[in-house]
Design a protein around this ligand. Structure first.
Ligand SMILES: Nc1ncnc2c1ncn2[C@@H]1O[C@H](COP(=O)(O)OP(=O)(O)O)[C@@H](O)[C@H]1O
Ligand SMILES: [Mg+2]
Length: 309
């Protein structure tokens, strides 16, 4: 199969408020596709439509070749899909193992399959020792790992993950990212929403950027970065930290960041030379000096315009 997800002109209103405005995209089979946007942009609304939780007001959705607006086909698509909803919670009065059994049962797996797969997943996520402990006693990170394990129980071919690492401790977030990479490696398709630029940059092969319900860009992270090619920057730190921006003829913009200065430039060679000359003249020690390509954050700021809406 070529396309795992196809969305055409998706539109969703809450009352008279239009949360998603004619969004169209497709996700290739085997791809990690990131849906990136600030809070309130319409990511969760979109993922809920894609997974058949919400009905769009208009538009079309195909998941694994099934028409999601047809109830029967929707069920067939869901059998092959693992879903991590936004802020999901396992049942806290049940143990990790019981939660996995419940989920495996919903997917129609046999008892033996469920036991075998659960042990594997509990080990992968580092919660095997806690398998018979009630989830009530789990930290947020452990709960989210269990949620991921539950989504993976039936070895689905496609995942929908809504901010899977949001607000987690570093170790849980790292573990979840490693698992996402491993699932990609074995050929799974992953649709992931995030407001975290670093996660999108690390994990995704293609990214759609959504803002106020509109898809404003869609491409690979590197190609998105080329959109702001002029925004190369040079970061420098002097000891003692003294700096006069007026010495630079090559700077487009200067930002002070803690003990460093970041200089945006379209001529990094000239900027570096000017900085070195300045340090020599003023007898300053250069603690660090590096040239930075535009980050996905730069792209995002350029497209979203710095407004957090
Ligand atoms: N059930 C709802 N009723 C009314 N408005 C909603 C509802 N859910 C979300 N919204 C609004 O729709 C917009 C998009 O929300 P959401 O899809 O949750 O964004 P994101 O996941 O990108 O943060 C926001 O302005 C939000 O306040
Ligand atoms: Mg959301």
């Amino acid at each position: 199969m070529e396309r795992a997800i196809e969305a055409a002109n998706l539109t969703k209103y809450y009352g008279s408020f239009q949360a998603v405005k004619g969004v169209s995209f497709s996700v290739k089979s085997g791809e990690v596709f990131g849906f990136l946007g600030p809070n309130g942009a319409g990511k969760t609304t979109t993922i809920r439509m894609l997974t058949g939780v919400l009905k769009p007001n208009s538009g079309e959705i195909w998941v694994l070749g099934y028409d999601m607006l047809n109830e029967r086909e929707k069920i067939k698509a869901r059998e092959k899909t693992g879903i991590v909803p936004e802020m999901a919670n396992p049942y806290v009065d049940m143990t990790a193992m019981q939660n996995l059994r419940l989920m495996g049962g919903l997917y129609g797996m046999s008892k033996r399959e469920i036991e075998k797969r659960s042990v594997e997943l509990l080990k992968t996520f580092g919660i095997y020792e806690k398998r018979n402990v009630k989830v009530r006693g789990f930290s947020k990170g452990m709960r989210q790992r269990l949620i991921l394990a539950m989504a993976m129980i039936a070895d689905p071919e496609l995942y929908f993950l809504d901010e899977p690492t949001s607000g987690l401790d570093v170790i849980s977030a790292r573990l979840i990212k490693d698992v996402i990479r491993e699932e990609k490696r074995v050929g799974k398709t992953i649709f992931l929403t995030t407001h975290n630029m670093d996660d999108a940059n690390e994990l995704c092969e293609r990214i759609g950027i959504i803002r106020r319900g509109e898809l404003i860009a869609i491409d690979t992270p590197e190609k998105l970065k080329q959109l702001v090619k002029g925004r190369v920057s040079v970061e420098v730190s002097f000891e003692p930290m003294r700096f006069d921006p007026s010495i630079l003829s090559s700077a487009l913009n200067v930002e002070t960041m803690g003990d460093k200065v970041k200089i945006y430039t379209d001529n990094p060679d000239k900027t570096v030379k000017e900085l070195v000359r300045y340090a020599e003249e003023k007898n300053l020690h250069i603690v660090s000096l590096r040239t930075l390509s535009p980050s996905l954050e730069d792209v995002f700021m350029e497209l979203v315009g710095g407004r957090d809406d």
